[in-house]
Write a protein that binds this ligand. Structure first.
Ligand code: PD2
Ligand code: ZN
Length: 284
């Protein structure tokens, strides 16, 4: 379908004007269908015109450009996604911010294998010191952690293959899996996972694969109380259930993505998670 030939300047302006007047996309598409447009072409035209227009407005307002992001195939509301060796459940999905909760990404045995392999290597978590690009101990993040190399153990490798299938993103664009352990009282205060564009340390971080564009927080055990992943701008709290994973993406390194998120304090027991950050390009 060659949309650029189909969308006349008049149609483009009509779509933008209607949207600016508060007409929702489905209503616009209904209107186009009523005047003889094929539904698929109408959907694609509205999507392309509005995306291009919103990008232009965002750039005029000084926002960073939008990047392509990973996304699961859930437009037709499937109950499961086949990731090659497993049926992963789709438990909840939200468009803005893009948040999808998955179930059954890992079995309890696979979760335990990751905890066992990570355990001896755990050390107090550091955060990126954005001023320099170095790492520092931070009171906002009172967990212990470690990083695996990509593909370092058989379970890590199978998890990475599942994630690549699940969100349609090259395995090579993933950072090494991080495992975090929160003791009672430990938390991760709300933050964004992208790198702040204006910080002096950011250019050197971006050399290894560009921006982070999405995160999966994968729950490895069942903390009895607390330890949810919170999204204060929504607001939303995801319970940390073993084998489940919460996915969220951010198409630009900006708070307008509404992806501020944190790890709530663990109030009883302990919490183990694995975090997978996905970059724009191959992470070297
Ligand atoms: O442990 C969590 O739920 C959590 C919350 C926010 C983890 C991360 N961020 C992270 O690893 O980036
Ligand atoms: Zn985070």
């Amino acid at each position: 379908m060659n949309l650029s030939q189909t969308i006349t300047p008049e149609l483009r302006q009509w779509i933008i004007d209607q949207a600016a007047n508060g007409v929702a996309a489905p209503t616009l598409i209904d209107g186009m269908r009523a005047s003889g447009w094929n539904e698929d072409v109408a959907v694609a035209a509205v999507e392309q015109v509005l995306r291009t227009h919103l990008d232009k407005v965002a750039q005029e307002q000084g926002l960073p450009a939008a990047l392509p992001v990973p996304d699961p195939d859930i437009a037709d509301s499937p109950l499961f996604i086949d990731v090659g060796d497993r049926q992963v459940e789709v438990l909840m999905a939200m468009a803005n911010p893009r948040v999808v909760l998955f179930g059954n990404l890992l079995s309890p045995e696979e979760c335990q294998a990751i905890i066992d392999a990570a355990g001896p290597r755990m050390a107090r978590s550091l955060t990126v010191q954005t001023a320099t690009g170095g790492q520092e101990v931070n009171q906002d993040r009172t967990s212990d952690g470690m990083f695996f190399q990509r593909g370092e153990t058989p379970v890590v490798a199978l998890l990475e293959r599942r994630i690549a299938h699940l969100v349609n993103w090259p395995l090579e664009n993933g950072e090494g899996l991080q495992v975090l352990h929160y003791r009672p009282g430990a938390e991760y205060k709300p933050h964004y996972d992208y790198f702040e564009p204006d910080q002096p340390g950011t250019p050197s971080i971006l050399q290894r694969g560009g921006q982070r564009v999405a995160t999966l927080v994968i729950y490895l055990n069942n903390p009895p109380k607390g330890g949810g992943t919170t999204f204060p701008d929504v607001p939303l709290e995801v319970g940390p259930r073993q084998g489940n994973a919460v996915f969220f993406s951010y198409e630009r390194p900006h708070p307008s993505t509404r992806t501020l998120h944190g790890g709530a304090p663990v109030t009883e027991g302990e919490k183990w998670i694995a975090t997978k950050w996905l970059r724009e390009r191959e992470f070297k």
